[in-house]
Design a protein around this ligand. Structure first.
Ligand code: ASP
Length: 608
């Protein structure tokens, strides 16, 4: 239907007859039958010109064109002319030095008036999602889809070169304790029983290692029934990798190579050959986050030593209870508005603090500081702070006191807000890749009174801690787990796995899995580990998040062709939707959902 794409003609085609097909991006009617159309396809735009002296009927037809009509045009490529001594070249587009003078035109399909313009930003995201098939025509979206393809293609190339096999694992699988809530699928053939959609192919990929596959990968769809945020979707895609006979360094090296190639081949960006590493402990201590953005400082400083014998009970009490006191000096943020301090205080409270103490340094000396807490501090403590935090005129110092986890979390969030208020990242194009290693193996949930796996139940402790796990000493165990982070986003993570039945059994015991559940839920994997399972490990990268960062957007919905909105709804097909009761009956399922007076399903109470 065409000889070239709409981005495909250039000066070398001048004088040639070409045929293009595409969408009417815009029309400029100069009157008297002279009409300019910008014709667009996936690749780009060409200016096509209708002149009455060439064909009057064609010009009349062109007058009727509206945005997004599909037309096919044939004509001669010409150089864009000079008008009144001025060049009419358009340097913004690749075909900007030429135009197509139309001799034949065919209307292929007409378009109704559009629900929103395709060539301007549209703030109403729900509207874009309802008409996603139009939204995808926008050049920015077309670019995102092309980059996403480049990422998966490069992934396949790199892993194939390294001997990895791409293997699909079941979508109809079994409910497993991966951490989130499962999506369930009722089984018609086994009434009352359910499949679960995989949260990740974790067990299958380990079973593939038991099956001697040695090197596996999959561009795997994963499903988690969670409350949604900007970078979460109920279904998302992972680059899932597992290999046998490997160490943590092998998986780290492979991932560095993979991400390096992905960034190079998609946007030409250079990633370092190997990424910096930081332990979980240091990441939390210094940045208050297990996925720190290391493009700026604003470090958390421990100031406990200044307050060991303080009269200020909030500080000394935190230390006596075994906690810590930390502070951030946000240089130059002394002028933070009341609104900004309120917002940070709110964020601190949400993260578990009772409030947010601060000092606004209106001058270099403590006498010049404005603060709700300095009146409780001794001269010596104030001088101690000044020295340790290098407090100068113009600074804003923010404090956290309490248990270590909460203090780190609180100041970690406040740190990001300070960076935002200080515009520290404006114009920054750095790619700060980082490994976070030595995660804790287990986390004690005080409310539930039990231990949870920080990564997942198949993660291996460091060799020094194996005996402790078997002996039931669970506090402080470290895992052979690692996360890869880019500019404050977790791109993915993985671990070296347990491959022995007895160690896996001990792990399940730590997690409170009963003997009965070990058999019913995990019998297959314990079995597999008892027939010579190879040592193995792996990782999964969040493809959507990688694509988001490659494309330079701030929402994964921009890089997913048909995403759900933040209520988990596909607005285009209006899904989820009610189904006929007969369908439910066939599945032996009955709905207990209540309807409101208007017949609408009642929403669940918001999570507290
Ligand atoms: N299955 C894990 C996850 O989805 C990744 C891994 O351990 O390979 O987070």
């Amino acid at each position: 239907m065409r000889t070239h794409t709409c981005n495909g003609i250039s000066r070398s085609d001048i004088g040639n007859t070409v045929t293009l097909i595409g969408w009417v991006k815009s029309k400029r009617d100069q009157g008297a039958g002279l009409i300019f159309i910008d014709l667009r396809d996936r690749e780009g735009v060409t200016q096509v010109v209708f002149k009455p002296e060439i064909n009057k009927e064609n010009s009349e037809l062109a007058e009727s064109f509206r945005s997004e009509d599909v037309i096919q045009v044939t004509g001669t490529v010409e150089e864009r002319p000079e008008i009144d001594g001025q060049s009419t070249f358009n340097t913004e587009i690749a075909t900007g030095e030429v135009e197509l003078i139309v001799s034949e035109v065919k209307v292929i399909n007409r378009a109704e008036v559009l629900p929103f313009p395709l060539d301007k930003p549209v703030n109403n995201e729900d509207l874009r999602l309802k008409y996603r098939f139009l939204d995808l025509r926008r050049p920015a979206m077309a670019r995102n889809m092309q980059l996403r393809h480049r990422i998966t293609k490069t992934t396949r190339d790199v892993l194939d070169e390294d001997g990895f096999l791409e293997i699909e694992t079941p979508i109809l699988s079994k409910s497993t304790p991966e951490g989130a809530r499962d999506f369930l699928v009722p089984s018609r053939l086994t009434p009352g029983s359910f499949y679960a959609l995989p949260q990740a192919p974790q067990q299958y990929k380990q079973l593939l290692m038991c099956g001697g596959i040695e090197k596996y990968f999959q561009i795997a769809r994963c499903f988690r029934d969670e409350d949604l945020r900007a970078d979460r979707q109920p279904e998302f895609t992972q680059i899932d990798i597992e290999a046998s006979f490997v160490t943590q360094d092998d998986i780290i090296g492979l991932t560095e190579k993979l991400l390096g190639r992905v960034f190079k081949e998609s946007i030409g960006a250079e990633a370092p050959a190997s990424f910096e590493r930081i332990t979980y402990q240091d990441a939390m201590d210094t940045y208050g986050s297990d996925k720190p953005d290391t493009r700026f400082g604003l470090h958390l400083t421990d100031i406990g030593d200044i307050f060991t014998n303080s009269q200020f009970k909030v500080f000394s009490g935190a230390l006596k209870a075994g906690g810590c006191i930390k502070a951030i000096n946000a240089k130059g943020l002394n002028s933070a508005s009341v609104g900004q301090i309120d917002k940070m205080t709110k964020a601190a409270i949400e993260a578990g603090a009772k409030g947010l103490a601060y000092i606004q340094a209106r001058g270099p000396e403590p006498a010049d500081w404005r603060s709700p807490i300095t009146k409780f501090l001794s001269e010596e403590e104030l001088q101690g702070l000044k020295e340790k935090l290098n407090i100068e005129e113009g600074d804003l110092v923010l404090f956290g006191a309490g248990d270590w986890d909460t203090v780190c979390e609180v100041l970690g969030r406040v740190r990001l807000m300070c960076a935002d208020y200080l515009n520290l990242l404006e114009g920054n194009t750095d790619l700060n890749f980082l490994w976070v290693t030595e995660f804790p193996l287990l986390h004690f949930d005080k409310e539930e009174g039990r231990w949870h796996a920080v990564h997942h139940p198949f993660t291996r402790p460091v060799p020094e801690d194996e005996a402790k796990l078997k002996a039931g000493e669970y506090a402080g165990l470290r895992a052979q787990a690692y996360d890869v982070v880019l500019n404050g986003y977790e791109l993915g993570g993985g671990s070296i796995r347990i491959h022995e039945a007895d160690l896996q059994d001990a792990m399940f015991t730590a997690l409170g899995v009963s003997e009965e559940e070990k058999k019913t839920m995990f019998g297959h994997i314990l079995d597999a580990f008892s027939f010579g399972a190879p040592p193995h490990g792996g990782l999964a990268l969040g493809l959507d998040r990688v694509a988001m960062l490659v494309c330079g957007t701030d929402s994964i919905r921009e890089v997913i062709a048909f995403p759900k909105n933040n209520k988990g709804t596909d607005l285009m097909s209006d899904s989820p939707a009610e189904v006929d009761f007969k369908q439910l009956r066939e599945l032996y399922v009955q709905s207990t959902a209540k309807k409101d007076k208007k017949g609408q399903p009642q929403q669940p109470a918001p999570a507290k």
